[in-house]
Design a binder for this molecule. Structure first.
Ligand code: ATP
Ligand code: MG
Length: 529
């Protein structure tokens, strides 16, 4: 555990410290990628509790995903020790579920279409309606959590916003943090205008900006800032590199002839970066740190899942271990449904949910041994492992556990420690960072994404540009962009032009790679497009 009290703010830079130690009242932290948003949020919460006599149980921290909630809990534990357990850390969904269940203990939640009970996405509107109908309950919640923190505020949708307005008075202690230029979820109903109107919604809101980026090299930050400029929602957007690295490489651009050629380029480059995969065992590579890149330092990002197959194929053939991030529904995993069904049936068991899960697994496994047609034992144990962290948090409350599983629990198959190259979509890459990033398919039609027969609207193009910005800013030191001259899309092969999103980027920041590249001195290079 880090030292509480003195020194808590010492690990922050000057602006992060201003944000973390700001007095109560509405506070908006507008912070670009890599500027330490979660760090600032957790330090503010810890500082208030450790030094300003705020009770941890008075604090509610809200995130959008379970993974982000786990991360926040973990970091708070590191800063505050065991009292961090008293802070309520929830996703919007789990918050709505737990409040509703206090009012309606028999509430059943379902994630099956047409299933019995309250659906995935009706929980928040239901709670909003309840709080509007019962103002005394809203008052009670406001006094239960006088301090509210929301991460990634740019992703709030109308229902979540309505709930927040009921939970926090307009002069309340709300700390919202986010980056409007990383708003990439409007297709799910997120509306960045809630972020932009914060100062109108909340009285005398204090706004703090963080611009110091601890993640990326100067060329990457310059290119990202230029790329977002035409659609930036942050006036005077800047990202100042905290790292001085005079040797920082330029951004490599590879014009591929086809997706197969693009994938082969990525495989060759990975091989080169790790120092020759084909001549090393995985253990050798793992042992080399510092000067050499290891597989886990590398991510390949793309706009659509369809792009992954060619890349996985080329990397696998080159002997490169890969892990692909999937956001499968928890319930879609083999064994999970059977285990949950059995758990529901075994109603009279008592004890913690985690213990009951294990017991149920043993019963199930005995059944395959008898040839009862149940899932394989390894599938059952894999399901137990997936469900146990959630079960542990639910203590003995089986209904809460079943409800949380139903409220859209996702499996995060990504293991940051795995010695493998990580493949993931741009949406899934949000919030992550890697020393080396490949961004594949930098083509008009993929970035921005174009569906057959319809041109994207101006707002859609702006959102796609923000997605490109998210992609560029995942890279710490090396960034490679590639585009193919031809690609099969919607059933036929088409000619492709490079993405227009590179047009605002200074050609001096880019290095053309490959045989087809013009070999001119850098300062004489023409703009790419
Ligand atoms: P994103 O918008 O991409 O989610 P973010 O603002 O959440 O980015 P973080 O991931 O919290 O940024 O931080 C980026 C990196 O910078 C992390 O590796 C973090 O540890 C580091 N960092 C942040 N603040 C500091 C600091 N004051 N001193 C040293 N390192 C820092
Ligand atoms: Mg973050």
């Amino acid at each position: 555990m880090e030292e509480v009290g003195t020194g808590l703010l010492d690990r922050l830079d000057a602006m992060q410290r201003v944000a973390a130690s700001a007095p109560g009242g509405p506070l908006l932290i507008v912070a670009g990628p890599g500027t330490g948003k979660t760090r600032t949020l957790t330090h503010r919460l810890a500082y208030l509790c450790a030094e300003m006599n705020v009770y941890p149980e008075d604090c509610l921290a809200i995130t959008f995903t379970r993974r982000a909630a786990e991360e926040l809990r973990h970091r708070l534990g590191g800063l505050l020790g065991p009292v961090a357990e008293d802070v309520t850390v929830a996703t919007f969904h789990s918050l709505a579920l737990s409040v509703l269940r206090e009012q309606e203990p028999d509430l059943v939640v379902t994630d099956e279409p047409g299933g019995e009970g309250v659906a995935l996405d009706e929980l928040i509107p239901r709670l909003v309606a309840l709080l509007k109908a019962q103002p005394s309950l809203a008052d009670k919640l406001r006094s239960r959590w006088p301090w509210v923190f929301v991460d990634e505020y740019q992703d709030v949708d109308a229902d979540q916003y309505a709930l927040l307005r009921l939970l926090v008075p307009s002069d309340g202690n709300l700390c919202a943090i986010g980056d409007p230029d990383q708003a990439i979820y409007s297709f799910r109903g997120a509306d960045v205008s809630f972020f932009l109107q914060f100062s109108r919604d909340f009285v005398d809101a204090r706004v703090v900006r963080l611009t110091r980026n601890y993640r990326s090299s100067a060329p990457i930050l310059a290119a990202a800032t230029q790329a977002i400029a035409p659609s930036s929602l942050v006036p005077g957007r800047r990202l100042d590199p905290a790292k001085v690295d005079l040797e920082a490489p330029l951004i490599g651009v590879y014009p591929a002839s086809s997706p197969a050629d693009e994938a082969a380029f990525i495989a060759r480059k990975v091989d080169e970066l790790v120092g020759g995969v084909s001549h090393r065992t995985r253990a050798d590579v793992r042992g080399v740190t510092g000067t050499t890149v290891s597989f886990s330092d590398i991510a390949v990002l793309y706009r659509t899942d369809a792009q992954a197959a060619a890349i996985v194929d080329a990397l696998s053939r080159a002997g490169v271990p890969v892990q692909k991030r999937s956001h499968d529904r928890l319930r879609s995993r083999a064994g999970v449904n059977t285990l949950l069904a059995e758990l529901r049936l075994a109603n009279g068991l008592t004890g913690s949910v985690a213990a009951r899960l294990k017991l149920t697994a043993k019963v199930l496994i005995e059944r395959p041994a008898l040839g009862g047609g149940s899932p394989e034992p390894d599938e059952v144990w894999a399901a137990v492992d997936l469900l146990t962290p959630l079960a542990l948090r639910c203590g003995q409350d089986l209904q809460r556990f079943l409800g949380e599983v139903a409220t859209g629990a996702e499996v995060d198959a990504l293991d940051p420690r795995a010695e493998a190259v990580t493949l993931l979509t741009l949406h899934a890459a949000k919030g992550l960072e890697f020393p080396v990033v490949f961004l594949a398919g930098c083509e008009d039609g993929l970035l921005p994404l174009r569906l057959p027969g319809s041109a994207p609207t101006e707002a859609e193009v702006a959102e796609e540009r923000r997605l490109f910005f998210v992609g560029l800013t995942r890279a710490q030191r090396r960034l490679y962009l590639s585009h193919a001259a031809r690609r099969v899309r919607y059933g036929s092969e088409r000619d492709c032009r490079p993405t227009p999103f590179l047009a605002p980027v200074d050609a001096g920041l880019l290095e053309q790679l490959g045989d087809q590249a013009p070999r001119r001195p850098r300062d004489q290079q023409l703009r790419l497009i």
